[in-house]
Design a protein around this ligand. Structure first.
Ligand code: ZN
Length: 141
């Protein structure tokens, strides 16, 4: 469905423009469902190897500590549907979420593409490039 190359032992996908556009539309639409207030927070979309797109929204807690970032929610959203082979996610993402994305890539063997919408161009950056000294080397669980 999507073209991929093996680079440094991991699959790296190239995401076509139509899919990228769809992912940003879905992420932007999901902003209506940020919790507890609509359009106050963050939303992303993940793309799975099967070609499905799952949005995630930030889910804030009054404790702040318990707040869930939209990336974690989107990854869990895909997992609920039995999909853990994530090939791309809209960005930019905070460093906590980069860690989660990196761990997803560690488990799936897919170097997840982070899509950065910069002016009129969308950059496709593998998570490995955003995590030059990653930890851990292997999944614990
Ligand atoms: Zn985050």
């Amino acid at each position: 469905m999507f073209k991929s190359k093996k680079i440094n032992g991991k699959l790296v996908y190239h995401i076509n423009g139509k899919t990228i556009k769809k992912m940003f539309v879905i992420a932007n639409k999901a902003m209506e469902n940020t919790f507890p207030k609509p359009n106050k927070g963050f939303a992303v979309a993940v793309l799975t190897k099967k070609g499905n797109i799952y949005p995630g929204v930030s889910y804030n807690s009054d404790t702040y500590t318990l707040t869930m970032h939209s990336e974690a929610v989107a990854l869990a959203h895909a997992a609920i549907h039995g999909e853990t082979e994530i090939i791309a996610i809209t960005g930019p993402n905070c460093h906590i979420c980069k860690q989660l994305i990196y761990e997803s890539s560690l488990r799936s063997g897919i170097d997840v593409i982070v899509l950065i919408n910069e002016k009129e161009e969308v950059k496709q950056i593998p998570i490995s490039r955003l995590m030059p000294y990653p930890w851990p080397e292997k999944p614990f669980l």
